[in-house]
Every structure is written in C-alpha cells, then in structure tokens.
Design a protein around this ligand. Structure first.
Ligand code: N01
Length: 496
C-alpha cells in the first residue's frame, strides 16, 4: 500500500537554485541528477501525500505498467529483483520510495505542497512561486507534473443523482466493498482493462460501458525467474543487456514506421484480431469488441485477462450510447436500464489541466496560457521562449505509445542539467531558448505529425487537442529524440 509522509517541514526562505514540482519519476530523476552534479540548494514539492506521482495515486486493483519494469525504471537507479516482467503499482511505488531513500533525496522533499503560481522576476533573475504553504524563490523551475492526474469525469446528464457509490479509477475507493454488488464501469482504456478482470469475479454483475473498443495485444506477463534475478544481482552487465534488449524490442516498432498506416499496421491488427478470436468465441460479442479504426490511432493496450473477463456469465458489455445516469443506475439511448450499486469512472484524465492549473508568467508578464493560445509547444518539449530557466519534463509532444517514458524523461533531465551547468559556467542569471530554435523544432514536429496515424487512423483520442492537433506525442523514434534533446546545443539558447 501507499505510504503517507509526516507533516512537511517549514518551507525554506533562501533562494533555491532549483525548484522541482512533482515527486513522480520525473521529479525524482531531476533531484538525483541535481545531487550528483552538486546543483543546489534544490527542493522537490508535490501536492500529494506520498512519493511516486501517478504511481502513488493510481491504486486501483491490477494497476500495473504496460512497459516492463527493467526498462520502465531509472537507468541510474537499477533494481535487479523486479518480481515480474510487468510489476504492479505497489512494487513500482515502493521502488520510487526506496530510490528516494537510497539516493538521500528525503531532506529535499516537501510533500503536501501545491504550487499555484510561478512568476518570473526579471530584475532578480528568479522565479517567485506561490504554494498553498507559502512563497518560494528559485533560480530555475522544473515541472515534473506529468499530465495524467486530473481525473476527467464526463458530464453525463444526471451524474450527480446516482444514489450508490461512485468514484474515478485514479481515486479508487478502497473502502467500497465490491463483493456481490452490481457494478458499472464507464470506459475501456488502459485503466479499465487492468481492473475489470480483477473485480469481475467479486461482482454480482458487472456492466462495462464501452464507447470505442480498444485494440488489445497479448501481454505475456510472467514472473522473473530466480536465475534471472540472481544473474542480474551478480552481473550488472547482464541486467544492462536485458534492459537494452527490451529497449530495442520496443524501439523496433518506431524504426519500422509505426507512426503511419502501413503493412505493419495490418499485420499488427491481424495479430490483435487473433488474440480476440482465441479468447471470445461469441461472434456477436467479438464484433462489438472489434475496433473500426486503425491500430495505433489510440494507445494500443496489452492484456491477457481482459477478453476472458468479458466472457464471464456475470459480465455484460454495453456498447450503445449512454443517455443518462439516474439514482438507480444507467439508462441507455435505446431505453435499456442497468440498475447499479457502484459506478466506476475509468474515463481518463484532463491532459490540458496539468500545466494550466499553475499560473505561469514569464518575461514581460507573458502568461504561458497566452504564449500557447495558438497551440501548446516547447523546444524539444522542454523549454519555452519567453520563460527563462523553466524546464518541462514530460512536456508537449514528448509522450510515447511504443517505448518507455522513463528513457524520454532521463533525456529531458540531462537537457535541463546541461542548461543549468552552462548557466553556472557562464556566471549568467538566465538561459532561454531562442524563438527561432523553438519555431524550427515545432515546425519539424508538426510536419511529421501532419499525416500520422493519430490523425489519419479514423479515431479521436486524448492525444489530440480541441483543434485536432496532436500536442502530446513524439512523432518518431526514441533514438531520434535522444539525438536532439539529450545534450542542449548552446546555439539554440541565449544566456543573459
Ligand atoms: O483513460 P483513457 P485511462 N462516455 O483516456 C471512455 C495511462 N495509463 O485512465 O475511447 C463513455 O485511455 C473513453 O472512450 P473513447 C496511459 O497513458 C497507463 O484508461 O474516448 N465513455 C475511453 O474508453 C493511458 O493512455 C497505464 O470513446 C467515455 C475511456 O473512457 C492513460 O493513462 C495504465 C466517456 C478513457 O480511456 C489514460 O488511461 C493505465 C463518455 N462520456 C493508464 N468519456 C500503464 O500501464 C470517456 N470515455 C502505463
């Protein structure tokens, strides 16, 4: 289970070298690298009451990573004894807590501290930050806030009238006993497909409300063998090779051109259809579970127990449109009524909310929301012209569907560290990306995205903004990103 931290200490009054917002993978990675490079004083603050960000908050049954943990972990904090290929949330959250302890990050951490605003003070060359526990000052500000933590609960008519218990998958109500209950689950994304197979056996009846079926591939999860674990402990090279192998298996998809509809798309679709056929003998059910858009347009899911769960006698897939929620349950557009005791929203996150909830004002009083009024974007997804000494981790257009985000995060951390070292070396106060470098980068990214599968594949998804632009995903291989982002080129920046 998660661990709650004691009351936080008073916030420091000195000017920090770096303020890191968020104690998830990104913030922890940044903190470790600051320690290693002797950059300080620095602080990591997090609005939550525990370490781990999304891996602290998402505690729903079966929560797990769909990238193997030997790859979905920090390269500079390796762990030899992952219990499974795809460990579950408690093990990942424990890994992050252990890493914080082992690297001595504890004294730099202030949990239960929410950042509300950050304003660049041009005269002093620092960020003035407002938190719910008082002000902070920092030369550099690093956002490790992630994007997937403001639950999106759709405004279905009657939503607030439901008389039973209801909650979002990201704020799971562990006090709610699901045994023998009639449970409704709205949504069939990465979260739902992980917890539905675990809660279905307990339910009297489970109705899964599907709007769009996902493409689901086999997961092939397995325990790590004692031999593997012992080899990884004794031979760090063996562990490193295993990680490399996993990286290349995932990266191959990008190198084969997964960003466009291709022969590979059709082959992957036939594999996914085979996976569905093997698990679901009922042709009518299979039909409703078969996506009508190209594989890769939405995030491709992996699971070995999702389809079998849907064949249980106490599970029903409802693929019609929801008309309204009533005190007693859900009424469909065709008039069918589903009486429910518990309603679980597995409806994803408000991806735009993360950065916009923190009022960020850069040089000349320019708000980030203003700078982004014609579209969200950052140089390498990390720095924004007009916002000196601000570094975004997991920023715009750096998300991945095909490989480990941790590799991307580490590159972004190295980029920020490189900029901070350049500042220190030059004795300068501020480093800011040149507008022409940012414009060139964004033009390249947008050109690559123009005819990508995310816009041409026949679906809509949270990858796209209200104008249909993809501002979340990186349109290429991780290798290409590492080449451009890992080491900042000073000609792209202005020091002052
Ligand atoms: O959310 P989602 P999630 N009426 O947005 C449906 C990460 N993650 O929490 O497809 C009816 O994917 C919506 O339907 P549609 C991962 O990056 C990672 O599952 O829009 N249905 C969809 O089915 C992932 O992508 C792991 O038609 C409505 C579902 O709700 C991200 O988190 C594990 C609706 C939302 O799916 C989010 O995943 C879990 C409405 N009004 C999550 N509104 C790993 O393993 C929405 N839906 C790393």
């Amino acid at each position: 289970m998660t661990q709650t931290a004691p009351d936080p200490a008073p916030l420091p009054s000195e000017t920090l070298a770096v303020l890191i917002v968020g104690a998830g993978f990104s913030g922890i990675a940044m903190g470790i690298r600051c320690l290693q490079e002797g950059i300080g004083p620095f602080l990591i603050v997090d609005k939550g009451d525990g370490i781990g960000g999304t891996w602290h908050e998402n505690t729903y049954p079966g929560a797990a990573c769909d990238i193997p943990s030997h790859l979905y972990s920090l390269s500079f904090a390796p762990k030899s004894d992952w219990s499974r290929l795809y460990p579950r949330q408690p093990e990942i959250a424990a890994y992050l807590r252990e890493t914080v302890a082992a690297k001595g990050l504890g004294p730099h951490l202030h949990l239960g501290t929410r950042v509300d605003a950050a304003v660049w003070d041009e005269a002093e060359g620092l960020w003035r930050v407002e938190t719910d526990r008082g002000p902070l000052r920092a030369r550099a500000l690093v956002s490790g806030m992630g994007a997937l933590h403001h639950p999106a609960i759709p405004a279905i008519p009657g939503r607030d009238d439901f008389a039973g218990k209801s909650f979002h998958s990201a704020s799971w109500d562990h006090g709610c006993d699901l045994r023998g209950k009639r449970i409704g689950v709205i949504g069939t994304g990465a979260s739902a497909i992980q917890f539905v197979p675990l809660i279905a056996p307990e339910a009297d009846r489970l109705v899964l409300f599907q709007r769009t079926p996902p493409w689901v591939m086999p997961k092939h999860d397995r325990p790590m063998s004692a031999r593997e674990t012992s080899a990884f402990r004794r031979l760090p090279l063996a562990r490193w090779l295993f990680r490399q192998r996993l990286f290349w298996i995932h990266e191959l998809r990008a190198l084969l051109g997964f960003t466009k509809v291709s022969k590979l798309t059709a082959q992957a679709e036939s594999l996914a259809r085979h996976h569905l056929r093997k698990a679901v003998p009922d042709k009518a059910l299979r039909d409703r579970l078969t996506p009508r858009y190209r594989l890769g347009c939405k995030r491709v899911l992996v699971s070995d127990d999702y389809y079998p769960a849907l064949t249980r006698p106490n599970v029903a897939l409802e693929s019609g449109g929801i008309a309204r929620i009533t005190p007693a349950g859900i009424v469909m557009q065709d008039g069918t009524e589903h009486p429910l005791d518990v309603l679980i929203y597995a409806t994803g996150f408000d991806v735009g909310a993360s950065l916009s909830r923190v009022r960020t004002v850069g040089r000349g009083g320019l708000a980030l929301s203003q700078a982004w009024r014609d579209g969200v974007g950052a140089f390498q997804g990390i720095t924004v012209s007009g916002f000196p000494n601000l570094f975004l981790l997991m920023g715009p257009n750096t998300g991945l569907g095909h490989n480990s985000m941790i590799v991307m995060i580490e590159a972004q951390v190295e980029h920020a560290i490189g900029c901070l070292k350049a500042l220190r070396k030059a004795g300068a106060k501020a480093i800011e990306v040149r507008p022409e470098a940012q414009a060139r980068f964004l033009a390249e990214v947008r050109a690559k995205l123009a005819d990508s599968i995310w816009t041409t594949g026949g679906c809509t998804s949270w990858y796209l903004d209200a104008q249909g632009r993809n501002t979340t995903l990186w349109p290429g291989s991780v290798l290409a990103y590492l080449r451009g982002a890992r080491r900042p080129r000073l000609r792209d920046y202005r020091l002052s």
